[in-house]
Design a protein around this ligand. Structure first.
Ligand code: AMP
Length: 358
């Protein structure tokens, strides 16, 4: 009997040991879930525009103020898809200084450099790439658009194809709960979610499925011509590096609306102006002038003056803060080193788990 029991126990023990292992693994996984509450990436591709601030930076600063702990990474490995490494490199510290001057607080928001964990990111990209077919990657709408808009699509490099897999590697290595992305990245987020589900199905539940936090519901239009404000059309964009004269000239040259009529461009100008205004009375001033415009008064010249003043004040304050931040040449490097140290620990831990289950 005892022997039998022993035998049974032994048998059961072997069985339950496997179950226990799974349970423990599950517990470990759930304990490890969501290492990062909110993750977002920034591409170091040049000077920021006010649209970048309103669409991408301001929402993160707001979440930070609400007590969320975001992690921001400078996506230099992504940026080399269409820029030389030397070009990308020269923008890295600048973009970090911009984000801090715009309100990111390195005490609350860790900032790291993607290439500081290049070993982990690239290894994981390779492992994840096994879980998606070339045909599926070719169907990603952003890739299709890029190829369509490329004058010589045959010259597009293969990193373009792997772009969403690299993005999935960043997100899943961090086990991020929410990813703040613009509208342009929604298709890529679907690839990340798909890869997380596939990985979990094949190798066990390791990754929380990241949720999308679409931050830029705003669409700031270009001051010139059609479409949205973008770095690629500098005459239609207000850069945070522009001086007052340049801002004033760009606003003077922008189209206005006929008295009594609101159009999309004017709505966008009102939006920029009110979002960048510092006080309630400035916002009231904008509302009053637009009200006068709607009743048919010729006030567009006056509105442009207000718009110029508010934007210039915002830029001036930003530039002063940025100058202060960059006075210590080692400061930005120290912020990145601190952020990268934490990111590296997280990445190594996740990658070890990945290798174990694979
Ligand atoms: P880009 O500089 O085009 O790579 O844009 C980086 C991010 O800035 C985007 O993902 C958006 O979140 C934001 N952004 C850029 N342009 C605009 C715009 N015209 N309106 C609103 N948000 C924008």
């Amino acid at each position: 009997m005892i022997n039998n029991l022993d035998k049974n126990t032994k048998k059961d023990y072997t069985k339950s040991s496997t179950m226990e292992e799974i349970q423990t693994k599950k517990k470990e996984v759930s304990a490890m879930q969501y290492k990062v509450e909110l993750l977002t990436g920034i591409r170091p591709t040049g000077d920021l525009t006010v649209a970048n601030y309103l669409g991408a930076v301001s929402p993160i600063v707001e979440l930070q103020a609400q007590g969320v702990s975001p992690v921001v990474f400078v996506a230099d490995l992504h940026a080399i898809t269409d820029s030389e490494m030397t070009t990308v490199k020269q923008y890295i510290h600048g973009v970090v200084a911009d984000y801090i001057a715009l309100g990111l607080d390195p005490q609350k928001t860790k900032i790291y450099l993607q290439s500081d964990i290049a070993g982990e990111v690239n290894t994981f990209t390779t492992l994840l790439a096994r879980l998606i077919s070339v045909a599926e990657l070719l169907r990603v709408p952003t890739l299709k658009d890029k190829l369509k808009n490329n004058a010589r699509p045959e010259t597009a490099n293969a990193l373009l194809l792997l772009y969403p897999v690299l993005m999935a590697a960043d997100i899943l290595l961090n086990r991020a709960k929410m990813i703040a992305v613009g509208e342009d990245q929604l298709a890529h987020m679907e690839v990340t979610r798909l890869l997380a589900r596939r990985f979990n199905k094949r190798y066990g539940e390791l990754f929380p499925i990241p949720q999308v936090l679409q931050v830029n519901a705003l669409r700031i239009l270009s001051l010139k011509g059609e479409g949205k404000m973008s770095k690629t059309n500098p005459r239609g964009a207000i850069f945070l590096t522009d001086d007052a004269k340049t801002v004033s000239n760009k606003i003077k040259a922008t189209e206005t609306a006929i008295e009594g009529v609101m159009n999309k461009k004017l709505e966008s100008h009102v939006l920029i102006t009110k979002e960048l205004a510092k006080t309630e009375s400035e916002r009231d001033e904008v509302d009053a002038i637009i009200m006068a415009h709607k009743t048919g008064k010729p006030v567009m010249g006056h509105f442009k003056q207000i718009m110029t003043r508010i934007i210039c004040n915002f830029i001036e304050e930003f530039q002063a803060k940025r100058a202060e931040i960059t006075r210590d040449p080692l400061y930005i490097q120290s912020v990145l080193e601190e952020g990268s140290k934490i990111a590296k620990e997280n990445a190594i831990e996740t990658l070890e788990e990945v290798k174990k289950v694979m």
